[in-house]
Write a protein that binds this ligand. Structure first.
Ligand SMILES: [Zn+2]
Length: 259
Protein backbone atom coordinates (compact mmCIF):
# COMPACT_ATOMS: atom_id res chain seq x y z
CA UNK A 1 0.00 0.00 0.00
CA UNK A 2 2.89 2.37 0.65
CA UNK A 3 3.45 4.36 -2.47
CA UNK A 4 5.67 7.34 -3.02
CA UNK A 5 4.31 10.87 -2.96
CA UNK A 6 2.89 12.01 -6.30
CA UNK A 7 5.28 14.46 -7.93
CA UNK A 8 4.17 17.91 -9.08
CA UNK A 9 4.53 16.92 -12.75
CA UNK A 10 2.22 13.94 -12.16
CA UNK A 11 -0.51 15.97 -10.45
CA UNK A 12 -2.50 16.75 -13.61
CA UNK A 13 -2.67 13.05 -14.54
CA UNK A 14 -3.67 12.08 -11.01
CA UNK A 15 -6.37 14.77 -11.00
CA UNK A 16 -7.64 13.63 -14.40
CA UNK A 17 -7.96 10.08 -13.06
CA UNK A 18 -10.11 11.24 -10.15
CA UNK A 19 -12.02 13.65 -12.40
CA UNK A 20 -13.10 10.69 -14.55
CA UNK A 21 -14.51 9.03 -11.43
CA UNK A 22 -16.11 12.27 -10.25
CA UNK A 23 -17.47 13.42 -13.60
CA UNK A 24 -21.21 14.16 -13.37
CA UNK A 25 -21.03 12.98 -9.77
CA UNK A 26 -22.00 14.68 -6.58
CA UNK A 27 -18.72 15.08 -4.71
CA UNK A 28 -18.65 15.12 -0.92
CA UNK A 29 -15.58 16.34 0.94
CA UNK A 30 -14.33 15.39 4.39
CA UNK A 31 -11.23 17.15 5.69
CA UNK A 32 -8.80 16.81 8.55
CA UNK A 33 -5.66 18.47 9.84
CA UNK A 34 -3.72 17.77 6.62
CA UNK A 35 -5.57 20.48 4.68
CA UNK A 36 -4.44 23.14 7.14
CA UNK A 37 -0.79 22.14 7.53
CA UNK A 38 0.22 24.35 4.60
CA UNK A 39 -1.52 27.25 6.37
CA UNK A 40 0.72 26.72 9.38
CA UNK A 41 -1.88 25.19 11.68
CA UNK A 42 -0.07 22.56 13.73
CA UNK A 43 -1.44 19.03 13.62
CA UNK A 44 -2.54 17.85 17.05
CA UNK A 45 -0.64 14.66 16.49
CA UNK A 46 2.43 16.41 15.14
CA UNK A 47 5.37 17.21 17.34
CA UNK A 48 5.10 20.97 16.99
CA UNK A 49 5.83 23.67 19.52
CA UNK A 50 2.25 24.30 20.52
CA UNK A 51 1.53 20.71 21.48
CA UNK A 52 4.87 20.31 23.18
CA UNK A 53 3.96 23.24 25.42
CA UNK A 54 0.39 22.01 25.87
CA UNK A 55 0.20 18.24 25.87
CA UNK A 56 -3.34 17.65 24.50
CA UNK A 57 -3.88 14.74 26.84
CA UNK A 58 -3.19 17.02 29.78
CA UNK A 59 -4.83 20.25 28.55
CA UNK A 60 -7.41 19.32 25.91
CA UNK A 61 -9.61 17.08 28.01
CA UNK A 62 -13.02 17.82 29.45
CA UNK A 63 -11.90 16.66 32.90
CA UNK A 64 -9.02 19.16 32.86
CA UNK A 65 -11.53 21.88 31.98
CA UNK A 66 -13.84 20.91 34.84
CA UNK A 67 -10.97 20.83 37.32
CA UNK A 68 -9.06 23.92 36.22
CA UNK A 69 -10.66 26.03 33.48
CA UNK A 70 -7.97 28.74 33.78
CA UNK A 71 -5.31 26.19 32.86
CA UNK A 72 -7.24 24.98 29.80
CA UNK A 73 -7.89 28.58 28.75
CA UNK A 74 -4.09 29.11 28.58
CA UNK A 75 -4.12 26.47 25.83
CA UNK A 76 -7.15 28.03 24.09
CA UNK A 77 -5.40 31.42 24.02
CA UNK A 78 -2.27 29.82 22.54
CA UNK A 79 -4.48 28.19 19.86
CA UNK A 80 -6.11 31.59 19.19
CA UNK A 81 -2.66 33.16 18.77
CA UNK A 82 -1.76 30.52 16.17
CA UNK A 83 -5.07 30.86 14.30
CA UNK A 84 -4.84 34.66 14.17
CA UNK A 85 -1.66 34.32 12.12
CA UNK A 86 -2.88 31.81 9.53
CA UNK A 87 -4.80 32.07 6.26
CA UNK A 88 -6.57 29.58 3.97
CA UNK A 89 -4.34 27.80 1.45
CA UNK A 90 -4.94 26.44 -2.06
CA UNK A 91 -6.67 23.32 -0.69
CA UNK A 92 -9.30 25.40 1.17
CA UNK A 93 -9.76 27.59 -1.92
CA UNK A 94 -10.23 24.53 -4.17
CA UNK A 95 -12.77 22.97 -1.79
CA UNK A 96 -14.73 26.23 -1.72
CA UNK A 97 -14.58 26.28 -5.54
CA UNK A 98 -16.12 22.79 -5.76
CA UNK A 99 -19.12 24.08 -3.83
CA UNK A 100 -19.32 27.34 -5.78
CA UNK A 101 -19.27 25.38 -9.07
CA UNK A 102 -22.19 23.28 -7.86
CA UNK A 103 -20.11 20.10 -7.77
CA UNK A 104 -20.19 19.60 -4.03
CA UNK A 105 -22.84 20.11 -1.35
CA UNK A 106 -20.24 21.44 1.09
CA UNK A 107 -17.53 20.20 3.40
CA UNK A 108 -17.47 18.16 6.58
CA UNK A 109 -14.40 19.02 8.61
CA UNK A 110 -12.73 17.76 11.74
CA UNK A 111 -10.77 21.01 11.95
CA UNK A 112 -11.60 23.82 14.34
CA UNK A 113 -9.57 26.51 12.57
CA UNK A 114 -12.40 28.14 10.59
CA UNK A 115 -10.29 28.20 7.42
CA UNK A 116 -12.95 26.62 5.19
CA UNK A 117 -15.34 29.45 6.06
CA UNK A 118 -12.63 32.03 5.48
CA UNK A 119 -11.90 30.49 2.05
CA UNK A 120 -15.53 31.01 1.08
CA UNK A 121 -17.12 27.62 1.72
CA UNK A 122 -20.79 28.26 2.51
CA UNK A 123 -21.81 24.94 4.01
CA UNK A 124 -19.23 23.81 6.54
CA UNK A 125 -20.08 21.12 9.06
CA UNK A 126 -17.56 21.25 11.90
CA UNK A 127 -17.92 17.89 13.60
CA UNK A 128 -15.47 18.85 16.35
CA UNK A 129 -17.02 22.26 16.92
CA UNK A 130 -15.44 25.64 16.30
CA UNK A 131 -13.81 28.45 18.20
CA UNK A 132 -16.28 31.18 17.25
CA UNK A 133 -18.75 30.41 20.00
CA UNK A 134 -18.64 29.95 23.77
CA UNK A 135 -20.60 27.19 25.39
CA UNK A 136 -21.60 26.44 28.98
CA UNK A 137 -21.25 22.71 29.66
CA UNK A 138 -23.23 23.19 32.90
CA UNK A 139 -26.42 24.99 31.81
CA UNK A 140 -26.20 24.68 28.01
CA UNK A 141 -26.11 28.42 27.25
CA UNK A 142 -24.22 29.66 24.19
CA UNK A 143 -22.61 33.05 23.55
CA UNK A 144 -20.82 34.65 20.60
CA UNK A 145 -17.10 34.51 21.24
CA UNK A 146 -16.54 38.25 21.53
CA UNK A 147 -19.60 38.94 23.67
CA UNK A 148 -18.21 37.77 27.02
CA UNK A 149 -15.00 39.31 28.35
CA UNK A 150 -12.68 37.07 30.37
CA UNK A 151 -12.30 37.71 34.11
CA UNK A 152 -8.95 38.31 35.81
CA UNK A 153 -8.20 34.56 35.69
CA UNK A 154 -8.48 34.61 31.90
CA UNK A 155 -11.77 32.68 31.92
CA UNK A 156 -15.07 34.01 30.55
CA UNK A 157 -18.01 33.09 32.78
CA UNK A 158 -21.61 32.18 31.98
CA UNK A 159 -24.62 34.00 33.43
CA UNK A 160 -25.01 30.92 35.65
CA UNK A 161 -21.60 31.63 37.19
CA UNK A 162 -19.71 28.68 35.70
CA UNK A 163 -16.73 28.74 33.33
CA UNK A 164 -17.46 28.94 29.60
CA UNK A 165 -15.44 27.09 27.01
CA UNK A 166 -15.13 27.53 23.24
CA UNK A 167 -17.62 25.27 21.42
CA UNK A 168 -14.75 22.95 20.51
CA UNK A 169 -14.95 19.29 21.40
CA UNK A 170 -12.36 18.26 23.97
CA UNK A 171 -11.13 14.73 24.55
CA UNK A 172 -13.61 12.84 26.67
CA UNK A 173 -16.48 15.02 25.49
CA UNK A 174 -19.37 14.01 23.23
CA UNK A 175 -19.25 15.34 19.69
CA UNK A 176 -22.03 17.76 18.75
CA UNK A 177 -24.80 15.35 17.69
CA UNK A 178 -26.42 17.96 15.48
CA UNK A 179 -23.25 18.40 13.43
CA UNK A 180 -22.94 14.69 12.81
CA UNK A 181 -26.58 14.43 11.75
CA UNK A 182 -26.00 17.29 9.30
CA UNK A 183 -22.80 15.63 8.06
CA UNK A 184 -24.65 12.39 7.36
CA UNK A 185 -27.45 14.23 5.59
CA UNK A 186 -24.95 16.16 3.49
CA UNK A 187 -23.20 12.92 2.54
CA UNK A 188 -26.41 11.02 1.88
CA UNK A 189 -26.56 11.60 -1.85
CA UNK A 190 -22.89 11.98 -2.79
CA UNK A 191 -21.49 9.56 -5.37
CA UNK A 192 -17.86 10.23 -4.60
CA UNK A 193 -16.44 11.08 -1.20
CA UNK A 194 -13.09 12.86 -1.12
CA UNK A 195 -11.34 12.23 2.18
CA UNK A 196 -8.64 14.87 2.36
CA UNK A 197 -5.80 15.27 4.81
CA UNK A 198 -7.20 13.28 7.67
CA UNK A 199 -4.21 12.11 9.65
CA UNK A 200 -6.55 10.74 12.25
CA UNK A 201 -10.14 10.36 11.21
CA UNK A 202 -12.10 9.41 14.28
CA UNK A 203 -15.63 8.31 15.01
CA UNK A 204 -18.15 9.28 13.93
CA UNK A 205 -16.69 11.06 10.84
CA UNK A 206 -15.03 7.78 9.90
CA UNK A 207 -18.48 6.25 9.33
CA UNK A 208 -19.03 8.50 6.30
CA UNK A 209 -16.84 6.48 3.87
CA UNK A 210 -18.70 3.29 4.83
CA UNK A 211 -22.00 5.04 4.30
CA UNK A 212 -21.06 6.19 0.79
CA UNK A 213 -19.61 2.81 -0.20
CA UNK A 214 -22.63 0.93 1.12
CA UNK A 215 -24.71 2.82 -1.46
CA UNK A 216 -22.27 1.97 -4.24
CA UNK A 217 -20.39 5.29 -4.12
CA UNK A 218 -16.62 5.62 -4.29
CA UNK A 219 -14.14 6.92 -1.77
CA UNK A 220 -11.02 8.79 -2.83
CA UNK A 221 -8.43 9.51 -0.18
CA UNK A 222 -5.89 12.27 -0.61
CA UNK A 223 -3.31 12.19 2.11
CA UNK A 224 0.41 12.23 2.68
CA UNK A 225 0.35 8.99 4.62
CA UNK A 226 -1.93 6.03 3.89
CA UNK A 227 -3.86 6.38 7.07
CA UNK A 228 -6.41 5.66 8.34
CA UNK A 229 -8.97 5.07 5.57
CA UNK A 230 -6.43 3.35 3.36
CA UNK A 231 -5.21 1.38 6.34
CA UNK A 232 -8.68 -0.03 6.81
CA UNK A 233 -9.15 -0.69 3.09
CA UNK A 234 -12.12 1.67 2.85
CA UNK A 235 -10.74 3.75 0.03
CA UNK A 236 -11.27 2.98 -3.66
CA UNK A 237 -8.47 5.28 -4.73
CA UNK A 238 -5.61 6.40 -2.54
CA UNK A 239 -3.47 9.31 -3.67
CA UNK A 240 -0.37 10.09 -1.71
CA UNK A 241 -0.33 13.84 -2.25
CA UNK A 242 -0.49 17.14 -0.46
CA UNK A 243 -4.01 18.56 -0.41
CA UNK A 244 -2.83 22.01 -1.50
CA UNK A 245 -1.26 20.48 -4.64
CA UNK A 246 -3.90 17.94 -5.57
CA UNK A 247 -7.17 19.78 -4.87
CA UNK A 248 -6.53 22.76 -7.20
CA UNK A 249 -5.52 20.29 -9.93
CA UNK A 250 -8.77 18.42 -9.39
CA UNK A 251 -10.91 21.56 -9.62
CA UNK A 252 -9.11 22.44 -12.82
CA UNK A 253 -9.70 18.95 -14.24
CA UNK A 254 -13.38 18.96 -13.29
CA UNK A 255 -14.27 22.46 -14.35
CA UNK A 256 -11.63 23.68 -16.72
CA UNK A 257 -11.10 26.65 -14.45
CA UNK A 258 -8.54 27.18 -11.75
CA UNK A 259 -9.56 27.60 -8.14
ZN1 LIG B 1 -24.11 28.32 32.32
Amino acid sequence: MMQREIRADEMVAAAARVARIAENARVGVVTGAGVSVASGVPDFRGNTGLWVRFDPMEYATISAFREDPAKVWRMFRAVDDVLRGVAPNAAHDAIAALERLGLSPGVVTQNIDGLHERAGSQRVVSVHGHTGELHCIYCGASYARGSVAPEADGVPYCGCGRALKPAVTLFGEELPAMAMTTARRMTEDVDVLLVVGTSGMVAPANTLPDMVQARGGRVVEVNLSPHPVAATGKEDVFLRARAEHFMPALVQALSGESA
